[in-house]
Design a protein around this ligand. Sequence first.
Ligand code: SF4
Length: 196
Amino acid sequence: MTDFQFITPSEVMEYLFCPRFVYYMNVLKIEQHEHRRALVNKGRNIHQLKLVQNKDYLRKKAGAKDKLIDVYLSSEKLRLVGRMDEILFLEDGSAAPLDYKYAFWENRIYKTLRYQQVLYALLIEEHFAKQVNKAFIVYTRTKNHLEEIALSSKMKGQAKEMLDEVFEIINLAQYPKATTTKRKCEDCTYRNLCIS
Ligand code: SF4
């Protein structure tokens, strides 16, 4: 079997939702219905994005002195490809990904979103040889609320472990354990296939 080459942070987010998604999608190649994709991609609204991207005060608030917009990065070492809305270069010499979400700020950062940012951080660190200690999310439906997420070395290590686990499922065709959160199964695309 040829080893699978690259995955995206979105695929790792699917893995975090339930490891079996990776098996169904990448091993058995059974596409899920659009609704989960829509959930993962919620916050992608190009028109809205363009409007907010004109607002430089958000970057100033984040402590940025320079930026790159709509950046695509890949890493052979990590076997990861990702597209970021922006990369900010901060006054303290570090860098940070910034993502726009067409969503309301709900006073919490979901684990999936947090680790998506950690994966972006790993890509940025490799490409720009800069430390990435934080990420920023702009919630455009709550008056462009700017939320800062701290990214630790421990989280980066965990994200690398997640990548290894995803590749193990794909390359060894390993059927993973089901999610322990049973309510996720209730409206899951794969519930008819799934052996619990
Ligand atoms: S039915 Fe449950 S265990 Fe199976 S893939 Fe869906 S969420 Fe995961």
